[in-house]
Ligand binder design. Structure first.
Ligand code: SAM
Length: 262
């Protein structure tokens, strides 16, 4: 996976605001408790680590790990909590001195060629009975009602680019099974999404941020011709289309799944 430039980190922050409340719900249901020691894998600029830090409180600790040093630098810059720290490392070979109580992650497994193998490795870092909780998208769930051609085109480009670069746009739908295959007992899962519309919604900025992140790959893989996306004006055009049709836009679905190690 390529390195994440500043623009991508900005996207992660926007994504954090957009789905952060859903992630918090998943981590709460999964059983994150005050005092726990938590590992956030593929932490990016730290949004999930910060949500976890709120849940474990001052007596708990959170370690965010990402293989991209730029993401880790940004996460460290943002960290204002004593109980969170960040490490630049590959989660697939990670070793820690002390067993942890929970491994969490968001939009991480969707990028891995063999998520099950990485989960099996991470399971080995857990204390007995420790938990794993992940939050991954299903981009095929996103859409507008009534249908909006530009929203659909934007979503099609995102989904196709993810496919062509080896990521799984439906990773969320495999998540429960992936956790089970990695040896977690009785994984459970829920699905959530933002349901948006009107002039002030964050959904336009969110779709543009994801498009910007993928733009190089989009043009390289032939999903869009160079310049065709006109990303600078995309948010305004999406907003105008949705507002003029009174449409409701459903974001990517986010599936949260969790289970305990035996
Ligand atoms: C789409 S970002 C998600 C960031 C964050 N979890 C969030 O939801 O805001 C995926 C992150 O996974 C990281 N990543 C991918 N493979 C990794 C690996 N094997 N070990 C550690 N980090 C990895 C990338 O560097 C990137 O920051």
């Amino acid at each position: 996976m390529r390195s994440y430039p500043e623009m991508e980190l900005d996207r992660l922050l926007s994504r954090g605001r957009f789905v952060g409340d859903l992630t918090e719900q998943v981590l709460g249901l999964a059983g994150l408790q005050p005092g726990m020691r938590v590992l956030d894998v593929g932490c990016g600029s730290g949004d999930v680590a910060f949500v976890a830090a709120r849940l474990v409180g001052p007596d708990g600790t959170v370690i965010g790990v990402d293989r991209d040093p730029a993401a880790i630098a940004r996460a460290r810059q943002r960290a204002s909590l004593d109980n969170v720290r960040f490490l630049a490392a590959d989660a697939a070979g990670l070793d820690l001195d002390v067993p942890i109580d929970a491994v969490v992650g968001r939009q991480f497994l969707m990028h891995l060629a063999d998520p099950e193998a990485v989960l099996r490795h991470l399971r080995g870092l857990l204390a007995p009975g420790g938990l794993m909780a992940f939050h991954e998208p299903d981009w095929t769930g996103a859409g507008a009602h009534p249908q909006c051609p530009l929203v659909e085109l934007t979503l099609d480009r995102i989904r196709e680019t993810l496919r062509r670069t080896g990521a799984d746009p439906r990773a969320g739908l495999r998540l429960r099974r992936t956790l089970g295959d990695a040896g977690l007992a009785h994984p459970r899962a829920i699905l959530g999404a933002r349901v948006e519309g009107g002039p002030d919604s964050l959904v336009y900025a969110e779709l543009v941020a994801t498009t910007r992140d993928l733009l190089g790959d989009m043009e390289r893989t032939g999903v869009a011709a160079p310049g065709e996306v006109a990303v600078e004006t995309l948010a305004a055009r999406l907003r105008a289309e949705v507002v003029s049709t009174g449409a409701t836009v459903t974001s990517a679905h986010f599936i949260g799944a969790w289970g305990n190690s035996t």
